[in-house]
Design a protein around this ligand. Structure first.
Ligand code: NAD
Ligand code: WQD
Length: 337
C-alpha cells in the first residue's frame, strides 16, 4: 500500500515514515522544507534500509500535488503539512489560515480527482479549547481555541468531516495529538526546531547541549501540586505507531472518526525537568517567569477509544522520552545542520 506523507520530512512525519516502512508500507514524502531538512529523508532510509520517494512540493499548489497523484497510486494520505508555532500564529494569522487550510483543500481536491479515499489528519488536543473538563474525550464538543493555530486545526477538522459527508466512501481519521516529545532510539532523527524553540522539551535539550543558557518556566502559581502546568507528554515513536494503526483502520473504514493519542498521565513542567536531569545525569538551569498567555493549567487525554478500536496504546515511559531526546540532541547538537 502506498502512503503519501504531506509534510512528511518534519518531526512527526519522519518518525511515522520509519514505522510505516518497517510495517511494509511504501512511503512517498512531499514537503516544502519550510520547517524541516532534506537530510531527514536520508536518515529515514538509513534507519529502515528502505527507499523513500520524495518530492520538494508546496502542498498548497494543486498543479504540483496533482502530478504526485498522477505519478503514484496513492492509497492513503497523511496530512502533516502545517505551520504549528502558536505565538507566531497570533502575529501572522493569515499566513497560518492560508497555509494550513489551503493544504487541506488541495489534498482533498486531488484525492477526489484521483480516487483516493483515505486521509489521516494531524489534529491537536488544542481543539478541546478552554471549556472542557479533563481528561479530554473524543465525544466532547470542540471548544474555544486561544489562538489562530488552534482555530486552523478546528476548522480543518470541520472541512474534512464535511468532505466525508459529501462522499460516503471517504475515510477521514482525525488524530488529536497531545504533547509529542522524544526521538527515534537510533538518535538519527528527532525534533529540530528552527530558531528559538517554542516547546518545552526541545528547549530543555538545547539548554543541556549548551545552545541556550537556561530554561524559563512560564508560571509557578498554577493550581497544580507544584504550581507549574501539567501536560500529557507522549513518546514520538508511540505516536508514530498510532499512525500505522490509523492507516490500517482507514483502509477498512468509511466516514469520519476521531482518536486522541496520549498516555493519560500528566506531568508538570518541573517533573519533566527533574526527569530529564535524572535520566541523563545533567543539570538544567531554570528560572521562573510570568505565565505564558493562552496556557491552560493542565490537560491530558482519555485514549480508551484508540486502545479499543485501533488496538493502540502508548508503552514508552517518561524516562525513555528523556533519554531518547538527549541521545538525538547530543549526537546532533545543531540538529540536521
Ligand atoms: P513540523 O513542522 O516538524 O512538520 C510539518 C512539516 O510540514 C514540515 O516538514 C514543513 O516543512 C511541512 N510543511 C508546512 N507547510 C507546508 C506546505 N505548504 N507544503 C509542504 N510542506 C509543508 O511539525 P510536526 O511537529 O511534525 O507536526 C506535524 C503536524 O502535526 C502539524 O500539522 C502540526 O500542526 C501537528 N501537530 C503537532 C504537534 C506537536 O506538538 N508537534 C501537536 C499537535 C499537532
Ligand atoms: C508545555 C508546558 C509551557 C516552553 C503546544 C501547542 C499545542 C500542541 C503542542 C503543536 C507549558 C511550558 C514551555 C518553555 C515553559 N501543538 N514551557 N517554558 O503549550 O502544551 O502545546 O504544543 O503543534 O497546540 O499549544 O506545549 O511544549 O509549548 O509547553 O515553561 O520554554 O511547558 O508553559 O506549560 P503546549 P509546550
Amino acid at each position: 500500500m502506498n502512503v503519501l506523507l504531506a509534510g512528511g520530512a518534519g518531526y512527526i512525519g519522519s518518525h511515522t515514515a520509519v514505522e510505516l516502512l518497517n510495517s511494509g508500507y511504501n512511503v512517498i514524502i512531499a514537503d516544502n522544507y519550510s520547517n524541516s531538512d532534506k537530510k531527514a529523508i536520508d536518515r529515514i532510509e538509513k534507519i529502515t534500509d528502505k527507499k523513500v520517494i520524495s518530492y520538494t512540493a508546496d502542498i498548497i499548489d494543486k498543479i504540483v500535488v496533482s502530478e504526485i497523484f498522477k505519478n503514484n497510486q496513492i492509497d492513503v494520505v497523511i496530512h502533516f503539512a502545517g505551520l504549528k508555532a502558536v505565538g507566531e500564529s497570533v502575529k501572522k494569522p493569515l499566513i497560518y489560515y492560508r497555509n494550513n487550510i489551503d493544504t487541506t483543500i488541495t489534498l482533498l481536491e486531488c484525492m477526489a480527482e484521483y480516487g483516493c479515499k483515505n486521509i489521516v489528519f494531524s489534529s491537536s488536543a488544542t481543539v478541546y479549547g478552554e471549556e472542557n473538563d479533563i481528561p479530554y474525550v473524543e465525544t466532547m464538543k470542540k471548544g474555544t481555541c486561544s489562538n489562530p493555530y488552534g482555530w486552523t486545526k478546528s476548522m480543518m477538522e470541520q472541512i474534512l468531516s464535511d468532505a466525508s459527508v459529501a462522499d460516503s466512501e471517504l475515510s477521514v481519521i482525525l488524530l488529536r495529538y497531545f504533547n509529542p516529545i522524544g526521538a527515534h532510539e537510533s538518535g538519527l532523527i528527532g525534533e529540530d526546531p528552527k530558531g528559538i524553540p517554542n516547546n518545552l522539551m526541545p528547549y530543555i535539550s538545547q539548554v543541556a547541549v549548551g545552545r541556550r543558557d537556561h530554561l524559563t518556566i512560564f508560571g509557578n502559581d498554577y493550581p497544580t501540586k507544584d504550581g507549574t502546568c501539567r501536560r500529557d507528554y507522549i513518546h514520538i515513536t508511540d505516536l508514530a505507531k498510532g499512525h500505522v494503526k490509523a492507516v490500517e483502520y482507514a483502509a477498512k473504514h468509511k466516514g469520519p472518526e476521531i482518536f486522541n493519542l496520549g498516555t493519560g498521565t500528566p506531568y508538570s513542567v518541573l517533573e519533566i525537568v527533574n526527569a530529564f536531569e535524572k535520566a541523563n545525569n545533567i543539570k538544567i538551569k531554570y528560572e521562573f517567569d510570568e505565565r505564558r498567555s493562552g496556557d491552560l493549567p493542565e490537560f491530558w487525554a482519555n485514549s480508551d477509544k484508540a486502545q479499543r478500536v485501533l488496538d493502540w496504546t502508548a508503552t514508552r515511559t517518561l524516562e525513555d522520552m528523556c533519554k531518547d531526546t538527549w541521545n538525538w540532541q547530543k549526537n546532533n547538537p545543531n540538529g540536521y545542520e
